[in-house]
Design a protein around this ligand. Structure first.
Ligand code: GRF
Length: 207
């Protein structure tokens, strides 16, 4: 079975990282997280990574583009996963890893997505607008914030008494299933991209 090497980029608590690591074990996915890179040393996700014995690095400051590229290459990264990573991916990395960087976004892109839409701001926007359905999206990363081809989406109906915190909790549950599914599909070579749209090849059950 062909394993893929994954580098996970984080900025915060790392619950998506945790969900990926748990699913990898439970489903024996042909996936190896070779390193976790955070843009700040205090990201709790680094603690989670260390608990799983995964090498961690902190990338901060201006010189990060070439440093990031070097770290990705020196561990033979096949797929970069942004799991709550709040910095822009440098163009050099986007070019070197086209259609090999995926991101999890806590809304149904294109709604509540793009510059300024991240973390709790997304769920506050959803609540303020009074939408009845929200969800999560996994997409390929390109130079446009949240703009790359969509890979998977899953929706959820909101209850009238849901506030932004409850919305975040409900969406996170979806994220924790969706991201590992997208990584598994990538590892199985089942995600094809044509003219900016993806198709999932012969996946028996999308659930
Ligand atoms: C998640 O809501 C994710 O959708 C967004 O940032 C948050 C990261 O959460 N990109 P965590 O660090 O994985 O807990």
């Amino acid at each position: 079975m062909h394993f893929i090497n994954v580098t996970v980029l984080i900025s915060g608590g790392g619950t998506n990282l945790e969900a990926l690591l748990t699913t990898m074990k439970e489903e024996a996915l042909p996936v190896r997280v070779v390193q976790v890179i955070a843009n700040k040393a205090e990201a709790y996700g680094l603690t989670r990574a260390k608990q799983h014995g995964i090498p961690c690095r902190v990338l901060s400051g201006k010189a990060d583009a070439l440093q990031l590229l070097e770290w990705l290459k020196d561990l033979n990264t096949d797929l970069v996963v942004l799991a709550g990573y709040l910095k822009k991916v440098p163009d050099e990395v986007l070019e070197a890893y086209q259609y090999r960087i995926i991101n999890i976004h806590p809304s149904l892109i294109p709604a509540f997505a793009g510059p300024g839409w991240y973390g709790m701001k997304v769920h506050e926007g959803v609540w303020e607008r009074g939408v009845k359905v929200t969800g999560a999206t996994v997409h390929f990363v390109n130079s446009e914030m949240d703009g790359g081809p969509i890979i998977l989406q899953e929706s959820l109906r909101l209850d009238d008494d849901d506030d932004p915190v409850k919305i975040q909790q409900k969406v996170l549950k979806i994220e924790h299933q969706l991201l590992p599914r997208a990584v598994a599909l990538f590892a199985a070579g089942k995600i094809k991209v044509c003219q900016g749209r993806t198709t999932i090849t012969n996946e028996v059950d999308q659930r």
